[in-house]
Each structure stands twice: as C-alpha cells, then as structure tokens.
Design a protein around this ligand. Sequence first.
Ligand SMILES: Cc1cc2nc3c(=O)[nH]c(=O)nc-3n(C[C@H](O)[C@H](O)[C@H](O)COP(=O)(O)OP(=O)(O)OC[C@H]3O[C@@H](n4cnc5c(N)ncnc54)[C@H](O)[C@@H]3O)c2cc1C
Length: 546
Amino acid sequence: MSEPKRRKFWGWGYVGDGLDLIEVQALGSALASVLNLADVSVADPPRIGEIALRKPRLQPPDSMAEIFSTDRWDRAEHALGKSYDDLVRGLHGQYEHPPDLVAFPRDEADVVAVLEWCGDQNAAVIPYGGGSSVAGGVEPVVGDGYRGVVSLDLRRLDRVVEVDTISRAARIQAGVLGPSLEEQLRPHGLTLRHFPQSFEMSSLGGWIATRSAGHYATLHTHIDEFVEGLRALTPRGVLETRRLPASGAGPSPDRLFCGSEGVLGVITEAWMRLQERPRYRASAAIEFASFEEAVEACRTISQSGLHPANCRLLDQTEALISASGDGSAALLIVSFESADHSLDAWMARAIEICRSHSGKVPEGAQRTRTDETPAPEGAGGHWRNWFVRGGHLHDATIRLGMVNDTFETAITWDRFAQFHAGVLESTRRAMKEVCGQGLVSCRFAYVYPDGPAPYYTVMAPGKRGSEREQWAAIKEAASDSLIALGGTITHHHAVGRYHRRWYDRERPPLFADAMRAAKGALDPAGIMNPGVLFDPVQTLESPSRL
Ligand SMILES: Cc1cc2nc3c(=O)[nH]c(=O)nc-3n(C[C@H](O)[C@H](O)[C@H](O)COP(=O)(O)OP(=O)(O)OC[C@H]3O[C@@H](n4cnc5c(N)ncnc54)[C@H](O)[C@@H]3O)c2cc1C
C-alpha cells in the first residue's frame, strides 16, 4: 500500500501513536485514586506474530491479485471494529472472525469487479472506511450462509476530485479520512467542518453510511445535512443521485443511503456542501453548581436562535474525569464561529442566558479570537485536549483493565429529567452489581431546539478475563432503559450488529418491511454486510437472505 503510516491492527490510530507505558501507568494511578483502587496493572498490546487467524476460505483469481490481500496484518486489522468489546477481544488475541480476504480497490471498476466476484462466489462483502465502528458494523460475523467474507476497504479512493467554489461544494471520494479531506479543501479556503471525535481515523463514506454526528456543529449536526448528491455501486448496478441544493421530489434517494451501513451497496463518492473556513471564534466555559440549572441554560440557548457551534454540557463527574474541573460544578462550553462577522453580541447574549440560570464565568474563561487554529486554554481547553485524545485514552483504560465505554441517545426536553434519572439508575445498578463500584457520567454532546443528545460514560474497575461479560450486563441494562423510556438506541454511533436487538424495538415494523424491500431491490442475493440492520441467512440452502 502507498500509505506512509501503517494503521494499528489493535487499537486507535497509526503505529507509534498513542500513550507510552509511562503515560498509561500515570493514567492508571489517577484512576486508582479516583476509584479508590489499591493497584492497577497494565496489559501489553498484542503482537501480530502471536495472533492466530483461521485460513482464508476464498482464493482470489490471479487477474485480481492486485486488489486482494491475505496479509496477516490486513486481516487482523479488518477483523474487529473499535468498540470496547472489540478492543478487549483484540487485546487478548481473540480474532475469531477475520475476513478471508481484504480488498483494496483502486477505482470504481475494481469495486464493481469485487462485487461481481463476491456475488459469483457467494461471499459476503463488508464495506470498510476507517474501521472506527463502535457498533459491530465492520466485523465479519455474517452467519453460515456464505462461503467466505471480503472486507472491502476504500482507503485508495481518497481524493477530492472536483471543487465548485461558486456553489461551495465538492465531489469527494468515499475512502478519504478526515485530516486528508480537510487538507485537500484548505487551498480552496473551504471546509466540510464535520468533526466526529473519530475524525482522524474515519472516512467520508463511513460518515454517510452511519449518519455520523460532528462536533462544533450544533445546527447542522449529522452528515446528512451536507450531502448534496452521492454515487453508490450496488450489486444491481450504479445508483447516482442528482446534485441539488434541495428537492421536494418524493422520498430522498440520498437519505436512503444515509445510515445504510453498507447493506445496500458501496458509497464511492459524494458531492458535499462546504463552508468557508471560520476566522472569528468566541468561546466560554461556564460553571453551574446545579446540573439541572445547566440543563435549563442549554435548553434556552438551543431555542434562542443563537446557534452556537458548540454547546456542550459536562456534568460534574464528566468534568472531573476529563480534568476540566474538580467535580464540584457542571461545565457548559459554548463557542461560536464565523467566517463573516465578529461574535461578541452572540456570546454576550449566551452568557446572559447562563447567568439567568445561576451560571458563573470564572476569570479568564471567556475568549475571543480571530486566528484559524483553536488554542486550547482553561477548562474548555482541558476538555478539548482530553476529547481529541479519546481513542488513545480508551485503548489505555482497556489495557488498565477498566470497564470503560460509552453509550448515547437523544430525547425531547420535556422528558429529559425523568429519562436521565431512569437511565442513570439502571446503569449504576448494573455497574454496582457486576463491578462493585464505578462512575457514570453524562455530557450533552449535541443539543437541538427540541431536545438534547445525552452521552454517557461508564468507568469501573474490571475483573481481568471477565470485562466483556461485565460490560455486556451494563450495556444491556442501559440499552433496555433507553428504549423503555422513549429514547433512541443511537443518536450517532449507528446500529451495526450490537444495537440490532434494541433497534428492532425502535424501528416501526412496516418500515422494516419497506427497508427490506429496498435491500431486496439493490442487493437481491443479500451479500452486502449481512447481519447489519437485517438478519443474515442462516443456512447455505436457504433460497432467500431477506
Ligand atoms: C474514539 C471514537 C470516537 C467516535 N466519535 C464519534 C463521533 O463523534 N460521532 C460519530 O458520529 N461517531 C463517532 N464514532 C463512531 C464512528 O467513528 C462513526 O460511526 C464513523 O462514521 C464511522 O466511519 P468509518 O469510516 O470508520 O466507518 P467504518 O467503521 O469503516 O464503517 C462503519 C459502517 O459503515 C459502512 N461503510 C463504511 N464505508 C462505507 C461506504 N463507503 N459505503 C457503504 N458503507 C460503508 C460499514 O460497512 C459499516 O457498517 C467514534 C468512534 C470511535 C472509536
């Protein structure tokens, strides 16, 4: 591969990146002190030579040798996503479902050839962008109805192909990762400004396929808002939508592919709406003694029409864990951005709202800047530094044997208080039962005029060898309560294989039938990402996979 840096097969980022042993140990000491633990040991990451992988069950034809890889590293890298459960299994060398082959198509013709060959071979195909799925979206668990599995990695389709500076849009290949995408747009003075926390290691195609949510994006949160048109290759042929600023012509074909999670076809490129790069920035970190008052401030701001780029609320525990506070106050980080105008009036009004809800702006916690690069400062800066290192810190807490994962949802404001209390109660109860103790924190990752998208983090001491079962019990209790109390099983992490059980309870049955019919039309043999959104076929004899 022409990629200069190799992606880790276990853990976040590129080989050589992440916390070194001393930093992991320091994190362990900090956690031991917060959780009152006597000792925290560090497990070493696995080495590629130690990983046992089953033999490939598929043999690519010589004519396609340039596209396919059976390399051990490639197969291990594509065997798991990046959820807690994936990382724990990976750390302990459990790579039970490696893809038989990894395909690295160079262009659309290669993608077509792979889909055709897989159709002929009765092989399942799993589209793969950055592999940052935390919902089991890329793991080759497809049931027994296939002769093998191909992970179809789009990393070679990584270019911004065309920029329309008049309409402010660009045609972009789906395999490009966040940093390269922004680098290619920079000379045009434009930006997509879509920043999921996984930005560094996730792709445009993955964002569209999972309806990802970006940060610093309170108004246009999900990637859906930026898709002007797209092109997908399905087992039935090409589906290309028209480039339009908007359309009322029936249900949107773009939207059918937003959230399709690889089950309808491979998104190969999209026309994306862009923005000018912001020049003016204003931010403030406001403290609230009461979380409830802070929630009310968030609601008022979200309904004020101010539309801050960021309106992020950390409860007291989240502020403590992220080293943004001492745990005595909830912290609301509000920021505004513009390419056009100074933001003093917007910020002044947001602070006025916060003060009317007993919010306090500590000395130096409010900043206005006109440069391009955000300079982390104060509590808001602490939070930002912690946030952008999230993937590496997660690897570290797993090496330290913690049960540490997140879950997220959305709910309307009128139901939030009861919902939040119920979710906390069931999650804490399950955590106490299986881990004895621990912390559950909450932040509002996103707020809308009609409700927040709360994001919960669990941090508890795990029992080495039982962490997966411990987390599964907590996740089950939390997910059951999200659905029972009227929320969504996922605001932005997608359904994948892990959320299927709860998604099936959330999704109206007739809509499931309609989606199944759409899949049947585009993927009649059912080879695309079986097990995601729908059940895969269970036996080779079964004539229908839908
Ligand atoms: C540390 C961390 C932080 C995260 N933060 C966020 C966040 O802030 N916001 C957020 O929304 N998500 C977040 N996620 C989840 C994840 O990054 C998103 O779901 C992301 O959109 C996945 O993109 P990807 O390119 O890595 O896709 P992959 O993981 O490779 O694939 C995800 C799904 O999309 C399908 N897919 C991928 N590419 C294509 C394609 N070209 N055509 C068709 N289907 C395709 C796959 O088959 C799979 O079902 C985070 C994950 C981690 C590990």
